[in-house]
Design a protein around this ligand. Structure first.
Ligand code: C2O
Length: 349
């Protein structure tokens, strides 16, 4: 059977490192879940823009929306605090699997990775849109696979006076420092850890090609290993979750913090607005992957995947039960990604 949505009432303390202040990340529990219904098709799809190309009017909108989200009382499920907590609760063992009290629920390192994060962003975006009364508001994506301005932290997140800013980031990795898509912590101490810019860019393109094209020929390779009801957590990540998804987290988090908070560790990752832009690109990669001909780059068809469910609060504070099967086509959720060059796609390294 498919893993069931967690029971919020059973939410407990997360498993986090012992030197971290006590963290409570359970969601409020004031309504019982309703089943998600796909939105009525609208005439236009929302287009999530590449963060390096947005204009001032767009930035003003996102800042306004996130400013309001940050100002909501922390117990409001739409507040930024609660949005950030979602990651902690689903990723640090605050829930057990329904029916398997000895097994922790974990949405990483398995085939739940892409759909879980798609839903997470979907509701984050819907809430932001509703807070500024703009149902077309679309979150930006960090286009880290594009040498045209994408391989640095997007400048909209680095303005220290903006609600999009988070102080807990790696001070050595601020723009114009280029990202290293297979960064690992030990690169910091290795004088050859980071190659010169041209080499870095071409390495980055190769990494994305390997992750999405050559290393992702089958659903299981790209999307991750099966995880069903009663499965032990962490059966294995897909190629993209592994690299570059995780290196981007580690590269961005603040190395002055004990666990590279915020982006560098699960319990804190959702506290940085950059998280949602990083995952926008991760989510975009899922769409791109399915367009690649040859191989079997298609979604799983197993009910254990399609029927897997999660719970999220929506923009009206309703608790909603969603299923993987309703997430597989982003157009049915009302959005696509801005088309930009995909220089790695056709260039076999
Ligand atoms: Cu839920 Cu990028 O991790």
């Amino acid at each position: 059977a498919a893993p069931a949505a967690p029971d919020f009432k059973s939410c407990g303390p997360p498993e986090i490192p012992t030197d971290v202040p006590t963290t409570v990340c359970c969601p409020p529990q004031y309504s019982s879940p309703i089943d998600f219904e796909l939105p009525r098709p609208r005439r236009f799809l929302r287009v999530r823009p590449a963060a390096q190309f947005v204009d001032d009017a767009y930035i003003a909108k996102y800042k306004k929306a996130l400013g309001i989200m940050r100002s909501l009382p922390p117990e409001d499920p739409r507040s930024f605090t609660q949005q950030a907590n979602i990651h902690c609760a689903y990723c640090n063992g605050a829930y057990t699997q329904v029916g398997f009290p000895d097994l922790k629920l974990q949405v990483h390192n398995s085939w739940l990775f892409f759909p879980f994060h798609r839903w997470y962003l979907y509701f984050y975006e819907r809430i932001l849109g509703s807070l500024i009364d703009d149902p077309d508001f679309s979150i930006p994506y960090w286009n880290w696979d594009n040498p045209k301005g994408g391989m640095v932290i997007p400048s909209i997140f680095t303005d220290t006076n903006s609600p999009l800013y988070d102080p807990l980031r790696n001070v050595d990795h601020q723009p114009p420092t280029l990202i290293d898509l297979d960064y690992s912590k030990k690169d910091d101490d290795d004088p050859n850890g980071t190659p010169p810019p041209n080499e870095l860019i071409s390495n980055n393109l190769t990494i994305v090609y390997k992750s999405v094209v050559s290393g992702g020929k089958f659903p299981r390779l790209f999307l991750g290993s099966p995880y069903s009801a009663g499965s032990a957590p962490d059966p294995g990540p897909g190629s993209l979750e592994n690299v570059p998804h995780t290196p981007v987290h580690l590269w961005s988090g603040d190395k002055r913090q004990p666990h590279r908070e915020n982006l560098g560790i699960f319990y804190a990752a959702g506290r940085d607005p950059l998280f949602y832009a990083h995952h926008g690109n991760v989510d975009r990669m899922w769409n791109i992957w399915k367009t690649i001909p040859g191989g079997k780059r298609k979604d799983f068809t197993k009910p254990d995947w399609l029927e897997a469910s999660f719970l999220f609060y929506d923009e009206n504070k309703n608790l909603v039960r969603v299923k993987v099967k309703d997430s597989v086509d982003s157009k049915k959720l009302g959005y696509v990604y801005q088309d930009v060059d995909i220089p790695w796609l056709k260039n076999k390294p």
